[in-house]
Design a protein around this ligand. Structure first.
Ligand code: C5P
Length: 422
């Protein structure tokens, strides 16, 4: 490709918790890899840098290690590094591989399918989308040998990002400058923006509810709201219009999502029912209090005012009410269980009349408040396990499964959408 390539910044950040393997090869533009790592980390991605030996002549591994927060890998046969994450595991770890800068030599090695160093081996051993940002002198870029290699790589669905035209380190002017780090970051953002739920309205309930006892006290629970917020974000990433009805939590509202804040179960019910009529999907992650205080006091109960007796009355089951609506959306409920996961989850599926239940084991270090989680997902005639992982990644996996159940094509990350704008 010659010339510029328009930058279309996506409406939201899709890089949160993505695993980016950044290959750095030996060209003068290698110094720009430092800025690229910083931008990717700022966007919330995990970055593993893999350098070729030649790259080490242009930028030190220490710089890239400090910015990425992970030791840089450069040896194929490094017993110590392999004992941590072996090269095959590293190839599987990646959600995308970006080689920036990619030299003429590296493009040639890639075109030949060589596995003569760690980076080339990883490119060969990974199923993740591969993107390369060439950078070289303009004559080397225009050379028919390089152009033939680039054509071959494109035909294999490898995204060729840049190079750009302009002034070159060698003093010449022409095409061969590495695409700028901001633009590469935007390319990755676009790669991860999906459309499996495009055109759908998704309603999510999240967080705890607080049931007042008096003006300063309430009955509550430990729900952090993280799973619901992650699902709202993942549904938005998959192209849905998302409304999030949230109890009190201390989380940043997800970008591009309509947020409705509530406190009590009754407020949550009103907000959810008002939105449910327009919704195609309802995801109920909220830990709704089962009971509320029948008659909360209007003034603060003081010590010495005598024994405090609370009469509790049952709260409505919001999920069951939505599932029973005449034109109910597709409903996905959650079940936190300490034992007999499948039995309890299936019983809930039937009792609440929902389409799908995501069950998780709660106990020490799992469930409420923890950073990661695992889910067993059940529907009338099926089941799928989603293994333990960070809640953002787990939410994306659940949204993919949901899209499948809705008869949608779950997103396959596809470099062709980047080619389309070459
Ligand atoms: O019955 P249980 O509380 O275990 O059910 C959990 C599921 O039901 C969750 O999806 C939760 O958000 C939903 N739920 C609800 N309203 C309630 C209680 C639970 O929407 N009052």
């Amino acid at each position: 490709m010659t010339g510029g390539f328009p930058i279309h910044l996506p409406v939201m950040n899709t890089l949160r918790d993505r695993h980016i393997l950044l290959g750095v090869t030996g060209g003068i533009a290698a110094y720009k890899a430092a800025e690229l790592v910083r931008l990717l980390r700022t966007a919330g991605a995990e970055v593993q840098v893999v350098m070729t030996h030649a790259a080490g002549k242009f930028i030190t591994p220490l710089t890239l290690q400090a910015l990425s927060g992970r030791p840089v890998r450069d040896e194929l046969f490094d017993p110590e590094a392999e004992a941590g994450m072996g090269h095959i595991e590293l190839a599987r770890w990646a959600d995308a591989i970006l080689v920036a800068p990619a030299t003429a030599d590296f493009l040639a090695r890639l075109a030949q399918g060589r596995a003569d160093d760690l980076l080339a081996t990883l490119c060969l051993a990974s199923e993740a989308p591969l993107l390369v940002a060439p950078a070289m002198n303009r004559v080397m870029w225009e050379n028919p040998a390089t152009q033939a290699n680039v054509d071959l790589l494109r035909a294999r669905d490898i995204a060729i990002l840049g190079p750009e035209a302009g002034e070159q380190a060698c003093g010449e002017t022409g095409t061969g400058r590495m695409r700028e780090p901001e633009a590469l970051c935007a390319d990755l953002q676009r790669l991860f923006a999906g459309n499996a739920l495009a055109g759908l309205q998704v309603l999510v309930s999240a967080g705890p509810t607080q049931e007042p006892i008096d003006p300063v006290r309430y009955l509550g629970n430990n729900s952090s709201g993280r799973m619901g917020y992650a699902l709202a974000r993942a549904a938005r990433e998959a192209g849905a219009s998302v409304t999030l009805v949230s109890g009190p939590v201390s989380l940043e509202p997800p970008e591009g999502v309509q947020l409705i804040r509530v406190q009590t179960a009754l407020e949550m019910r009103d907000a959810v029912l008002a939105e449910a009529r327009q919704a195609d999907v309802f995801i109920a992650t909220a830990a709704v209090a089962d009971y509320r205080v029948a008659d909360p006091r209007s003034s603060k109960h003081k010590r010495g005012d005598g024994p405090l007796r609370l009469e509790l009355v049952e709260n409505p089951d919001i999920l069951a009410e939505v599932a029973a609506l005449p034109e109910a959306p597709f409903t996905l409920g959650f079940a936190a269980e300490t034992d007999a996961l499948e039995r309890h989850a299936r019983e809930k599926l039937v009792r609440k009349g929902v389409d799908m239940i995501a069950a998780n084991r709660v106990g020490p270090g799992l469930g409420f408040g923890s950073e990661d989680n695992a889910l067993e997902v059940y529907w009338q005639d099926g089941h799928q396990s989603l293994p333990r992982q960070g809640k953002d990644r787990l939410a994306r996996a659940l949204v993919r499964l949901l899209a499948q159940r809705l008869g949608r094509n779950p997103d396959q990350l596809c470099t062709s959408q980047l080619h389309a704008q070459d």
